[in-house]
Design a protein around this ligand. Structure first.
Ligand code: EPU
Length: 431
């Protein structure tokens, strides 16, 4: 169990290179199971959710060859099981993509109910609705989801999603890529990682059109063959470093980004008085004046991402005036607020709205991460705070941020990773 020790109140200066997108990688790697050939995937982030997927795929029969830090080759000619490890799958949310991938290719899948960050109820009814419409029978038994195509292979269908769901859109897209006939997903999610998954599948031989709009058309093909693909940069990792420099002051050149993906985050930071200069694949972010209040409401893409909500709240905790942060995607994504309050933040949560009264400064404190983005928000607060913060439960952060400590140290942060002896470990707080 590791902790971060952060001595704050130091501006950040320098360059940060953004890694491949976590939420694209955790869909593309299981999608490699569908490919009857060798997939070479570049820009794979080195994070623990990705490592978990490698273990799961290998146990199913894929050959996973890590070629270098960010490149992997996956060969899935000889899959011998459609039941991935229960213990590994229940540890994270993205394991649900194994259902779409295995069901699409083999007509059946038995996968543990997914785990993941706790933001209240996280149903998968829309995924199941899509699989049912394509002719699969789906049941839940003994903690497993069993899905089986009635005729051995799925058939294309028209599917209208009742809620805009990233996971359901991607899972149905995977399953439909190898179905018999055409599938149309309406009210589809439009996040950059949805386009990335579609591009990956198309580069392996799928026929998917419309990804990035709310109507996606997938003509099923007989087989996906091998190819090479490079994962897009991580919008949320980039946004997190932007928020960090907004909180601490200083100047960061954020490299390897797609500027269009960052518009929703840049716009809010600029309203707060942060300067954001866009170039071809970089952003120069500078904060040299006091932060101003603003209001933020999370929305599906291209709205402000829920996965940046805790980080922007940490910045607003230091802005002049009263800001409102409304969470409209998840029911319960303010659990980190109590930890920010330990540092002196003044925040009241009323249902889906956090009312943030900006303070002059935060103070370091012993605190703990309760999920991935909450952990990132607490790092940001600690970097800006006076004094020392001991942040525990950092394994949540390592699920989604590659080398956070190294990247922050390189731009002047005083942050170090320490191993806590067993007897001092804090109680797990997984909700
Ligand atoms: N929903 C349903 N039924 C479903 C699916 C979703 O009602 O069948 C609801 C959810 O309860 C939620 C909303 O729809 O209120 C959106 O959920 P979505 O399905 O879009 O979320 P997800 O696919 O489970 C992914 C990311 C999350 C990110 C959300 C929203 C992955 C592995 N996870 O989750 O990322 O918050 O989309 O953008 O891609 C993170 O990276 O920190 C993270 C939590």
């Amino acid at each position: 169990m590791n902790q971060y020790i952060i001595r704050g109140n130091r501006p950040l200066f320098g360059e940060v290179t953004i890694s491949g997108a976590k939420n694209a990688a955790v869909a593309i790697i299981p999608a490699a199971l569908m490919v009857d050939g060798i997939c070479r995937i570049d820009n794979v982030p080195q994070i623990s959710d990705v490592t978990l997927f490698f273990s799961i795929l290998e146990a199913l029969g894929s050959k996973v060859r890590v070629l270098n830090q960010h490149t992997v080759e996956i060969a899935s000619h000889s899959i011998h099981s459609t039941q991935p490890s229960y213990d590994l799958c229940r540890r994270f949310r993205a394991s649900y993509y194994l259902i779409g991938a295995l069901l699409g290719r083999f007509g059946e899948a038995t996968v543990a109910m997914p785990g993941g960050c706790d933001f209240g109820v996280r149903p998968i009814d829309q995924h199941i609705k899509g699989f049912n419409a394509m002719g699969a029978e789906v049941s839940v038994e003994g903690g497993f989801i069993h899905a089986k195509a009635k005729n051995g292979r799925l058939t294309g269908a028209s599917i209208y999603l009742d809620v805009v769901s990233v996971g359901a859109t991607m899972n149905i897209m995977m399953a439909a890529a190898l179905a018999d006939g055409t599938t149309v997903i309406d009210n589809a999610a439009k996040e950059p990682h949805i386009v990335d998954l579609a591009n990956f599948l198309n580069s392996m031989g799928a026929d998917i059109k419309g990804a990035g709009t709310d109507s996606i058309k997938i003509r099923g093909v007989e087989r996906l063959s091998g190819g090479s693909y490079c994962i897009i940069p991580d919008q949320i990792e980039a946004g997190t470093y932007m928020a960090a420099v907004a909180a601490t002051g200083g100047q960061l050149l954020i490299k390897n980004i797609i500027p269009k993906h960052m518009d929703c985050i840049s716009a809010k930071l600029m309203e707060m008085g942060v300067s954001v200069e866009e170039n071809e694949d970089t952003l120069l972010v500078r904060r040299s004046q006091p932060l101003q209040k603003t209001n933020v409401k999370t929305m599906p893409y291209p709205g402000f991402p829920t996965d940046m909500q805790p980080q922007i709240a940490a910045v607003l905790a230091l802005a002049q005036g009263t800001s409102l942060v409304t969470e409209s995607v998840w029911n319960n994504r303010f659990r980190y607020v109590d930890e920010l309050k330990r540092m002196g933040a003044q925040i009241q949560v009323d249902g889906k709205v956090a009312v943030i009264e900006g303070v002059d400064h935060l103070e370091g404190a012993p605190i703990q991460a309760c999920d991935l983005r909450a952990g990132a928000a607490l790092v940001i607060a600690a970097l800006a705070a006076n004094g020392t913060t001991e942040l525990s439960q950092v394994q949540y952060i390592e699920r989604g941020y590659e080398n956070l400590v190294g990247k922050l140290r390189a731009v002047g942060a005083d942050i170090s990773l320490v191993e806590v002896p067993d007897e001092e470990k804090p109680e797990a707080n997984i909700g």
